[in-house]
Design a protein around this ligand. Structure first.
Ligand SMILES: C[S@@+](CC[C@H](N)C(=O)[O-])C[C@H]1O[C@@H](n2cnc3c(N)ncnc32)[C@H](O)[C@@H]1O
Length: 194
């Protein structure tokens, strides 16, 4: 990624710490662990939540079979411009993930099979965590999958513990991958399915 994008990412963090939630994009290792958590044999339509400047988007585009329908939802206009320049042809919507059903329907999709998320869940209020998880579960079809990462250092936070509890409430299966120590800060991935 161009150096300018790291600076741009940090500037957005300074402006909106609660929604950007990280000072730098995810490392390639963490992005790969997040994308590889998904069982791709069961995916025909996929959404990415909060792609930022595209660290995970790049790995999704490298990994996904050609016939998988893929779109991304990002609320920050500056990041949407970066994504459009970096990935011409990417379907990226400047919107709130709470509207994922409407965004999917605008593309003729009644449901999707998987969501990969870079949202900073532990920065969100109780209400926003619930709102986004409800929207996500509402748009997932039977057996739908969800992958999202969490920082190890953030785990003691009440908001992170609350998020983990909600995952168990919203999903039938929840598992954690091993920790990626070479991400800053170290992180792991939740893989959930209905
Ligand atoms: C921690 S950054 C992750 C960026 C990238 N996925 C990565 O891993 O490097 C979180 C991203 O989620 C976006 N975001 C936060 N809340 C959102 C919402 N409700 N709807 C859409 N995007 C949101 C932010 O603008 C930001 O780009």
């Amino acid at each position: 990624m161009p150096q300018e994008s790291y600076a741009g990412f940090f500037m957005e963090f300074l402006k909106n710490p609660g929604t950007v939630g990280a000072v730098a994009p995810s490392s390639q290792r963490l992005a790969m662990q997040t994308v590889n958590a998904i069982d791709w044999s069961r995916v025909k339509a996929l959404a990415e939540f909060g792609p930022g400047t595209g660290a995970i988007t790049q790995i999704i585009l490298d990994r996904k079979p050609a016939d998988v329908h893929f779109f991304a939802i990002e609320r920050c206009g500056r990041f949407v411009s970066v994504l459009q320049e970096r990935f011409p042809g990417l379907k990226v919507f400047e919107d709130n993930v709470a509207n994922v059903r409407a965004v999917a329907e605008s593309q003729g999709l009644k449901s999707i099979d998987a969501v990969i998320s870079g949202l900073p869940w532990s920065s969100f209020s109780d209400e926003n965590q619930t709102e986004y998880l409800e929207a996500l579960v509402d748009v997932l079809g039977p057996g739908g999958q969800f992958a999202t990462y969490a920082y190890l250092t953030g785990l003691p936070l009440p908001s992170a513990r609350r998020f983990r509890k909600k995952l168990h409430k919203f999903f039938k299966h929840v598992r954690c991958t091993r920790t990626i120590w070479r991400n800053m800060p170290p992180a792991f991935v939740y893989h959930c399915s209905l």
